[in-house]
Structures are given as structure tokens and as C-alpha cells.
Design a protein around this ligand. Structure first.
Ligand SMILES: NC(=O)c1ccc[n+]([C@@H]2O[C@H](COP(=O)([O-])OP(=O)(O)OC[C@H]3O[C@@H](n4cnc5c(N)ncnc54)[C@H](O)[C@@H]3O)[C@@H](O)[C@H]2O)c1
Length: 250
């Protein structure tokens, strides 16, 4: 028996990185898992891996910044799997080398759209489906960059992730009385393909030594474990919280 047996979970950006690790961990804990992602090839592979764990799974090609597509993602989840109990709203992306004065309006809007607006859109359409079911649990993907100012994170990304932290608290307060818990995780540097493409081993070592007590990058599975906890009945009294998974931010 898994702690999430019989639950239906939705993961945006679940085809790679932390989202994929979380989708697999949710399935290992017993949930059926729907993946909404832009990447159809990786999404189909992720679906196969979840089915291989003995769970039902759908991949639905989705741009998480497009409201119609997000609404359709939730509607198909409910129609095909019977409801929605759990969600990880994981889509987001930073950018390298920007300061407040070198950020362009175009990149500001793009990063805010991907990292904050996508999170709000997902919550907007997931919450009514969870209320229909009598309650649920949402985990939003924040970042240590949204909790403490880290100069390697771009200002748009830091502001977007700080927005995710506050949106999480706001939604937690607004929907507690209908049984929907809303939390966030705030990973530090985590070894996904994107991070490995952006930073070499020396740059990663320098970054974590400067910013964390535990001087190593996190593994995607370590972030996924926090997501499973926040989705589980063990976290029944935890809402509005942002759980750092960052080896202790300095
Ligand atoms: N990796 C880190 O060090 C780190 C640290 C803190 C927070 N985060 C956050 O964790 C989340 C995942 O990061 P990651 O490193 O695993 O990323 P990743 O690039 O490895 O994977 C992101 C996934 O999201 C999908 N995606 C991108 N844009 C999308 C869109 N518009 N709609 C739907 N899907 C889309 C991609 O296809 C991919 O499958 C992000 O929100 C990121 O900001 C990452």
C-alpha cells in the first residue's frame, strides 16, 4: 500500500528534471499521474515509465502559460481519470547573466509568465476540480532564489519565485475551509539537465559553497521526496508553507 493509493495527481513540466522525478515518486507512492508538458517525446516516455510502475498515466501536450490549454489539461484529467486530488505546478525557468538594469521588458515578461503566471493559471483551474472531489493538495515550485537574494539568479526569476511563495500562502488561506492545502517547495541548485548545461562542475561547487550549509547540489529525487510528503496525509496540517530543499540557505 502506498500513501497516495487511489489519488490522481497532475504534474506540469513533468517530462524532465524535478517534474519527472516528482511524477515518478508520486506514482511510486500509489498515485495515478497525468503529465502536462510541451515536450511530447519526453512526455510520452515519462508516461511509459509511470505505467511501468503499475499506475494509470496520461501525457497531455500543454503549454502551461496558455489558459485554454491548462483548462483542457485539468478537464481531461478529470474526464479520463475520474477527478483530481494532487498537483505539482512545476513549470518555471530562470536566465543567466541578467541584473536589474540589464533585464529587458521582453525577458522580464517571459520569465514572469513561465515561472509565476503558469503557477497561478494551474491553481485557478485545479482548485475547482479539487473542491468537486472534497479537497486536495497543491505543491507549487518555488526556489531558494525566491526566498533569499542570490546574485546568480536573475531578478525576474527571483521576483517570480517570491511571487510563487506568496501566491501559495494566499491560496492556502483562501481555500483551507474547502479542504485544499497549498504548499510550495524551494529547491536550491538541483542537478537537472538544464543546470548541467548551464554550469560546469566547478561553477556548481562554487555556487553551493557560497549559498548553502550543505555544500552540494540537490538531486531531483530529493526534491521529489518533499513533494510527496506535502501531498500526503502526513502533511494534513501543513498548508501555506514553503519547504526549502536547499541544504540550508545562507
Ligand atoms: N534545477 C534547479 O536547480 C532548480 C532550483 C530551484 C527551482 N527550480 C525550479 O524547478 C522547476 C523545474 O526545473 P528543472 O531544472 O527540473 O527544469 P527542466 O528544464 O529540467 O524541466 C522543465 C520541464 O518543463 C517543461 N516546460 C518548459 N516550459 C513549459 C511550458 N511552457 N509548458 C509546459 N511545460 C514546459 C520542459 O519541457 C521540461 O520537461 C522550475 O520551476 C525551476 O525554476 C529548479
Amino acid at each position: 500500500m502506498g500513501v497516495l493509493d487511489g489519488r490522481v495527481a497532475l504534474v506540469t513540466g513533468g517530462a524532465a528534471g524535478i517534474g519527472l522525478a516528482s511524477a515518478l515518486a508520486l506514482a511510486e507512492a500509489g498515485a495515478d499521474v497525468v503529465i502536462g508538458d510541451l515536450n511530447a517525446e519526453a512526455g510520452a516516455e515519462a508516461r511509459e515509465r509511470i505505467v511501468g510502475l503499475g499506475r494509470q498515466s496520461l501525457f497531455i501536450a500543454t503549454d502551461a502559460t496558455d489558459e485554454e490549454q491548462v483548462a483542457e489539461l485539468v478537464a481531461r484529467t478529470v474526464a479520463d481519470l475520474g477527478g483530481l486530488d494532487l498537483a505539482l505546478n512545476n513549470v518555471g525557468r530562470g536566465e543567466l547573466g541578467r541584473t536589474v538594469t540589464t533585464t529587458t521588458l521582453e525577458s522580464w515578461n517571459a520569465i514572469l509568465g513561465l515561472s509565476l503566471t503558469s503557477t497561478w493559471l494551474a491553481c485557478k483551474h485545479e482548485i475547482p476540480a479539487m473542491v468537486e472531489r472534497g479537497g486536495g493538495a497543491i505543491v507549487n515550485m518555488a526556489s531558494s532564489a525566491g526566498v533569499s537574494p542570490q546574485v546568480t539568479a536573475s531578478p525576474a526569476y527571483a521576483a517570480a519565485k517570491a511571487g510563487v511563495v506568496h501566491l501559495t500562502r494566499y491560496a492556502a488561506r483562501q481555500y483551507a475551509d474547502v479542504g485544499v492545502r497549498v504548499n510550495a517547495v524551494a529547491p536550491g541548485l538541483t542537478l537537472t539537465r538544464r543546470v548541467e548545461a548551464w554550469f560546469d562542475a566547478d561553477a556548481i561547487a562554487e555556487e553551493v559553497a557560497d549559498s548553502q550549509f550543505v555544500a552540494r547540489a540537490a538531486l531531483p529525487a530529493e526534491v521529489a521526496a518533499a513533494v510527496v510528503y506535502l501531498c500526503s496525509p502526513a502533511a494534513a496540517m501543513v498548508t501555506g508553507h514553503t519547504l526549502p530543499v536547499s541544504g540550508g540557505v545562507r
